[in-house]
Design a protein around this ligand. Structure first.
Ligand SMILES: O=C(O)CCC(=O)C(=O)O
Ligand SMILES: [Fe+2]
Length: 345
């Protein structure tokens, strides 16, 4: 191993999230490529999370997506409601505040109960790949609406950009595991991934103070479902990751980095050698207005949920089960994801 040094982005309560420079993987020599791949894998094995810099996605592309996301959410509510999320199979469209409750409960009844009790304070739009005519994306009408045209163009392009990073991260994981670098390529080439734009509206402080003493959050504690999630956060803060001690530790925004976490299907695929770690979004530190009133400004984030091709069967990766045996049966990627989404909405 060449000794690349890896900084920590987060280190508290036994939770260490590395900050990894991806440039050597994308364009370095063989030795630094391999040590970067090992650092990526190690981050997913130890904490389930990494921060990635020099990932190849330009900050102006990300800024464009944030700007167009904010414009989208500023549209009249009835316009957004007309673009409603319509099925777990498609997982495309707009979700208003309070509709979804992310939790780790699998029973639909339990989720409904929780959702009524403490709705998440967020709205979102999910965007899938464009080439599935039976499951169209829900775009705002583009005729005579330049913002709507720009929105669609930018989001379609960004979906593709992020798809390529999924391919690269899975290549790094393969190389780190000591299997053929291209081992996952046949699982990542279709792009059955979901770009989710998130808006957590600004609220007054009283909203986070619940009379029943329950913690009001912007997004409830959950793990993600797929292979990996690419998360772009604004400067607001509020994302927290569960530590091995059971506490929630701030995953503070670092400019120009992507927070990447492993999902449940990758944990399963890796025979639980990779962790899918719980996380949530809570209120950031409040802002005090001139009149002394405290409020929480809005937060925007962009989550890109990557999945193995929906048609592929997911069974323990070579090298992860020979000593211990396979912990899980094979399962079709799409079946797994749709089952999880069905329980959530
Ligand atoms: O908005 C965030 O920072 C996190 C969102 C998230 O974890 C999710 O949508 O799965
Ligand atoms: Fe998440």
């Amino acid at each position: 191993m060449t000794g690349i040094t890896v900084d920590s982005a987060v280190a508290k309560d036994d939770l260490v999230i590395p900050l990894i420079d991806f440039a050597p993987f994308l364009s370095g020599d063989d030795a630094s490529k391999i040590s970067t791949a090992q650092a990526v894998l190690s981050g997913f094995q130890k904490s389930g999370f990494i921060y990635l810099k020099n990932h190849g996605i330009s900050s102006s592309a990300v800024a464009d997506v944030f700007a167009n996301s904010a414009k989208f959410f500023a549209r009249p509510q009835e316009q957004k409601d007309a673009l409603g999320w319509y099925s777990p199979e498609a997982n495309r469209g707009y979700t208003a505040m309070g509709r979804e409750k992310v939790t780790d409960l699998e029973e639909q009844g339990d989720v409904a109960q929780l959702r009524d009790a403490i709705p998440d304070l967020k709205e979102s739009i999910e965007i899938g790949r464009e080439d599935e005519p039976d499951m169209p994306n829900m775009w705002p009408a583009t005729e005579g609406d330049e913002d709507a045209k720009a929105f669609k163009d930018i989001m379609v392009k960004f979906h593709d950009t992020c798809k390529e990073l999924h391919v690269d991260i899975m290549r790094a994981i393969a190389l780190g595991m000591g299997i053929e670098e291209s081992w996952f390529d046949g699982f990542t080439d279709v792009g059955d991934n979901t770009l989710r734009l998130l808006h957590y509206p600004g609220v007054s402080k009283s909203v986070f103070k619940r009379s029943d003493g329950q913690l009001q959050v912007r997004a409830g504690e959950h793990s993600d479902y797929g292979s990996i999630t690419l998360l772009f956060q604004d400067a607001r803060g509020g994302l927290q990751v569960r530590s091995p001690k059971g506490t929630f530790v701030d995953a503070t925004p670092i400019p120009d980095t992507i927070v990447i976490n492993a999902g449940d299907l990758l944990a399963r695929w890796s025979n639980d050698t990779i962790k899918s770690t719980k996380h949530r979004v809570v209120e950031p530190p409040p802002k005090v207005d001139d009149d002394g009133a405290e409020s929480y400004p809005p937060r925007y984030s962009i989550a890109y949920f990557c999945n193995p091709n929906f048609e592929r069967t997911i069974e323990a990766i070579p090298g992860t089960y020979e000593q211990t045996g396979k912990k899980y049966d094979g399962i079709k990627s799409g079946d797994y994801i749709v089952k999880r989404l069905t329980a959530t909405y």
